[in-house]
Ligand binder design. Structure first.
Ligand code: COA
Length: 144
């Protein structure tokens, strides 16, 4: 599967598409929208889109936090799920993070997605916690 990954410029039309995809997959199913607080700092994040034949199929955002990067809003469009695209997205982000000198990726994984991250080498840290009424676990991967 050939997926082209791009860094998407804040407030570009591609950024609008990325945010819409993430909202449709991560918020609308639980009856929510992104809050202004959630997107307020987006100018400081790296926004990533994955494209197949120019069509946006997956996205995430990377939040720099010192030597670490927190990965947020990981989403693959339903029509493209379970084809390995999410795994390619993780790989792309790990390469980018390494290139920029960060040493660790952290994330809050929905419990259902934990095996997805574990298969790519992410480890659980700490206890389960609730966010948006969904069980989550903190996960991390050292980037070497
Ligand atoms: C989790 C997600 C990003 C994986 O993307 P993907 O492109 O389907 O990933 P891959 O094809 O590389 O891997 C598929 C694995 O993802 C997991 N997965 C599939 N659908 C899922 C879903 N709706 N929610 C959580 N995990 C899911 C499964 O573990 C699947 O593995 P399996 O072979 O054991 O069934 C994607 O399913 C998704 O967007 N889910 C809804 C949003 C979400 O939960 N995001 C993660 C927030 S932490």
């Amino acid at each position: 599967m050939k997926v082209d990954f791009k860094i998407v410029e804040y407030r570009s039309s591609a950024y609008t598409d990325v945010l819409a995809l993430q909202e449709a997959i991560l918020r609308e199913p639980v009856g929510l929208k992104f809050t202004p607080e959630e997107v307020a700092d987006d100018k400081d994040y790296l926004h990533i889109g994955g494209y197949i034949n120019e069509e946006l199929c997956c996205a995430t955002a990377l939040v720099p936090e010192g030597d670490n990067v927190r990965m947020i809003r990981v989403a693959t469009a339903p029509a493209f799920q379970n084809r390995g695209i999410g795994t390619l997205l993780l790989k792309y982000c790990e390469g980018l993070v390494k290139e920029r000198g960060f040493t660790m990726i952290t994330l809050n994984a929905r419990e259902r997605a934990v095996p997805f991250y574990q298969r790519s080498g992410y480890s659980i840290e700490g206890e389960m916690f609730m966010k948006l009424e969904i069980p989550h676990l903190k996960m991390f991967k050292k980037i070497v």
